[in-house]
Design a protein around this ligand. Structure first.
Ligand code: ZN
Length: 160
């Protein structure tokens, strides 16, 4: 079976940056997604198309096919009072609703007295991604999964 639309794909992966530092890895929790449903970044979905079970490969994905270029325009300075009683620290992340209604991840970039710089870039914006991928399993999606556009995994298992 090869990877194509309407398949549920299970992979193990290691993700590194240009410096060779590991940013993320599946470790003991295999990752699964529904192919062809925009569940994952476009560069990774393209690279996985046509691959078969047990295949291992490496792929380098530029920011434009991953989390986008870093956009300095979506940094904003806000007043600390906006956070109420909450402790505000550099590196803290929270979700906020964007103008288009989508949830975006906001990161606290700087705290200077009462001035807090928040950054709406994805933490991996501007980062070239180096993936080592092992395709563990490919199965047909259920009709319910296709209807929902995502995988229904039970517990840690990606099997239906
Ligand atoms: Zn669902």
């Amino acid at each position: 079976m090869s990877i194509q639309a309407q398949k549920v794909v299970t992979i193990n992966y290691t993700l590194k940056n240009d410096a060779g530092e590991t940013i993320d890895a599946s470790n003991d929790n295999s990752f699964c997604y529904l192919h062809g449903a925009n569940n994952i970044i476009p560069g990774l979905e393209d690279a996985l198309a046509g691959k078969t079970s047990n295949e291992k490969f490496s792929i380098v994905i530029p920011p434009e096919d991953a989390y986008g270029e870093y956009n300095p325009a979506i940094q904003q300075v806000v007043d600390k009072s906006m956070f109420g009683d909450e402790q505000v620290e550099v590196g803290m992340q929270f979700h906020a609703q964007a103008d288009d209604g989508n949830l975006i991840m906001i990161t606290i970039a700087e705290v200077n007295g009462d001035q807090v710089t928040i950054d709406g870039n994805h933490p991996l914006a501007g980062v070239t991604l180096h993936y080592d991928i092992h395709v563990v399993d490919i199965r047909d999606a259920t009709s319910e999964e296709l209807e929902h556009g995502h995988v229904h995994s039970h517990g840690h298992s990606c099997e239906h």
